[in-house]
Design a protein around this ligand. Sequence first.
Ligand code: SF4
Length: 667
Amino acid sequence: MDLLALVGGTFATGGALQRRIASYRPRAGQTQMAQAIAEALVSGERLVVQAGTGTGKTFAYLVPLLMSGERVLVSTATKTLQEQLFSRDIPGLLDVLALPTKTAILKGRSSYLCLHRLRLAREASSPLEPRILALLAKIELWSQTTRAGDLSEIQALSEDSEVLPLVSSTRDNCVGSRCQAWQACYVNLARKRALESDLVVINHHLFFADSKVRDSGVAELLPTVQAVVFDEAHHLNDVGVQFIGTRLSSHQLLTFSRELAQEGNKSAPSAESWSLCALDIRREVEKLIASAGRGAGGLRRTWSGNAPEGVSLEQWTAGLQGLCDSLKSAFDALSKHAERSVELRALAERAKRLLALTALFSNCAEEDTTRWLECGGGISLNQAPLTIRQFLLQRMDQAADIGGRRQSWIFTSATLGVDQQLSMFTKTCGLEGARTLRVESPFDFSKQAALFVPPYFPKPNEAQHGASVARFVAQSAEVLGGRTLVLTTTLHSMRTVARGLEAYFLSDSSMKILVQGQAPKHELLHQFSQLGSGGSAYILVASVSFWEGVDVVGDALQLLVIDKLPFAPPDDPLVQARGLQIENSGKNAFKELHLPNAIMGLMQGAGRLIRSEQDQGVLAICDTRLLSMGYGKKILAALPAMRVLTSQEEFDTELLRLTKSSTKDQC
Ligand code: SF4
């Protein structure tokens, strides 16, 4: 039987999925998507699929991939999604389909224990804090039993633990084949396992990580697979430009200077003034940071001339020159003694790379790239292309034919574009010639959801807007008994709304206000989903990171409030540069870039409300531009076809109806 028929049969009534999974029921959109993917696999096509919420897109691509028996690569947006695919979805499906497919997960090198650096940490000459020593002891113990060396196996280690850089490697500090632990190295073992497997799960960061230097293992994998599938593909461009681009950070430089002093004094004591050399670099970095000025976390300064905007050209140029000089001295000293240890040789290579990067940022930006400076606690100098188009085209063409057959490239997400050609996505990725498919959500939005734009509301840029959102949310959540998620476009708005809600419910201890940042995302969502446990009602207030990856099924979420339309900040250097490029080609940047991006963002956020065929709820968007501006109609038309509530009275009635129809009240 051919692949198309096999896949069709698996998704059909009475097929393997229905026989083995109690909750499964055939969905036309899911079958359509799975068959399109099977066709793409057979013909070596490039396929872009937008699959509406509830389509079941993960199974729709996994089933044909697994049944094809081909070697394939699947990439998703985050490590969490990667884990879900590898540990939950794929093993479950392999069991249902009774297939022996060999699978592997491959992460970036910082996810794995570096045995060499663990030894260095153990032998550190300067005393470590007791807290760090306790964590190192845990890692030592775990290292004796782990098979994969994946540091996320250690529950006690948070993702931002300060001990991680001590026990994991970077391309800069890995000593490569000169390493004593080369054979047992977990990074090498993970790459070897990936090369021996039929299906490998990676993440988008890793896919782009070896764009300049082959350091992720993906470059070796790519020519060996018959198909590459990107899930959550709407993230590709933003992730890609970060990696294709070039970055030099104060953190990188300060880490280098610290390790230079440590290693120099250990491997070649008194041969050079290592501490002085390191101090010189540190001083130059501090001068550069001072000339850039401290910014609120993540402030991005446009950099179109010789210095970033708002930074003195004289100080900036002198700062970069001073840094070049200090790195050159370090490089000369390291080169003289490189034969004394593998670490000194690796440091010499690192000094050379840092010197080259500093020289690059001392000159004008390369063509078709944009530059910006990020300021927070430290600084980072960035240069990136505006899109991943050229990079992706090259990658797709390089690996086009595997054993005489064309390689398939498949891209999927719930939000890729508003037109049939999904042109917003395909243009940035060089996929204009690809086949596109839009699969509509199986949910009946006209019955399950309603949309309300409060007509008498302060404009989004007016000072009282945040306080008005808080009042609107408070009064609505009182009726519903919590069950409300508020998504804001900025952290500032999030704090304003949260403060307003806390003040409103000061004397009502039964209404709990959960705010992003109070606890890890999964914990907040877990608490929010425990509808009414212990007699509490919940309002969850969050910003950008909750516009995606929030899957609260059932009555715990019945009202979703979005504070403003998610237009990108106009002063973001990348947004500015992309807009300028569009204007220079004679087109309108608002129509071509800013509006479609805002629509995609809004669709992502709005997609949090209805997560199953039983869910019911209201989406309220507190932005009157939807009613007053010409583009408002276009945005509303892109949202799922919900019932529209036109007055506060209709909205109040809908909330009351929801309280009556909720399963909680029926119990
Ligand atoms: S080869 Fe590199 S990553 Fe592997 S143990 Fe050695 S230094 Fe660490």
